[in-house]
Design a protein around this ligand. Sequence first.
Ligand code: GUN
Ligand code: ZN
Length: 436
Amino acid sequence: MHAYRAALLNFADDGSARYEEDGLLVVGPDAAGRKVIRAAGAYGALAANYPGIAVTHLPGRILAPGFIDLHVHFPQTDVIGSPAEGLLPWLEDYTFPHEARFADHAYAVEMAEVFLDELLRNGVTSALAFCTSHPHSVDALMEASERRGLRMMAGKVLQDRHSPDGVRDDTEQSLLDTEALIRRWHGRSRLGYAITPRFAPSCSEAQLRGAGDLAASHPDVWIQSHVAENKEEIRWARELFPAARSYLSIYQDFGLMRERAIYAHCIHFDDEDRALMRDTGAAAAVSPTSNLFLGSGFFDYEGALRVGFRFGLASDVGGGTSFSPFHTMLAAYYVGREGQTKPGISLGPQHLWWQHTAGAAEALGLSGVIGNLRPGCEADFLVLDPQATPLLARKVRNARNLDELLFSLIVLGDDRVVEQVVVDGVSTSRGGASAA
Ligand code: GUN
Ligand code: ZN
């Protein structure tokens, strides 16, 4: 067992943050031998329960849950910052040609390491990731994640139509590949598989039906796709599936809406769509930097909260412009605030942070497993340095309460704040790895 003494940030069941100025976090094996949080609370109250335990004292630092990225494309790491008229030209001109390069297995292996380095330097310890349509792109990401002890969920993209040579897959083979990948990776180490139809316009009815059948026979695998991101995309989806009530209901018609189904964007929804999300237990991966960059629109937080479906935050790199959860939380604040096309609301900093940690875990069906620092949670956490930059240090010094402290970090923070990342109980600082 090992303990860390520093300020401590975690989340209550209602999503509000708890902050312990002088906290103690005790990490050790559970009955099954997994590295978990054994205790978290005030140093003064807990320390006497752990006599003789080795304590790493980190004055001035904050221990916080590792961030969770609910939607990210590992093969689009180098697509970041590719401007286009909108989603569909961006896919045609940049994304599909780039993803075609992953036909080369060695390139996929190389990019998996680049991607995981970026996630970790930004404090992201778990993600739900798209790979490419090439099955070995999944092997590359899973092998690299397993070596680093990460809890990672990912899947091979399904796209058997309206896709260029080099990324388009074959209907029957794509489903066989998906099934083989589920068997190879789902539940191994800390890895999970996600059935990944790219979006309805890129999938034939047969492919969507096959994906739905696989989802029914593997109820604990994840499902990930895109929906209602862009007006052109929606028009196209409605044309291709004229019998569906809405773009979202296409997925429902093929058995692709349930718990552990995560839909990126969910911008252009009506209340029936919102109710369908709520009633099926599906969740939205809100991707504000991507939506602002591609001019897609603004996620309607008021609608989501009013109807009551699950959501959490995501980078959506490479539509998204940053791996940093701080940048994503700030962009989510801007998007929530926008009040010309939808009701504008001012999201509180505790709620923004929750959306990228405990809230994202809830969306994934992983509450109590990741995204929080409460007893029983896996030992994925961050050591944050709130003095990392001069301006941040000034703001934090002057903060009068937790909201002011967290908002300072959200507005001014980035990878410089992330001093150490602990994954499965093993710490990686800028200097290298050491066991906790
Ligand atoms: N819709 C279909 N594919 C994609 C993608 O790669 N990125 C985004 N943002 N939307 C999509
Ligand atoms: Zn995406």
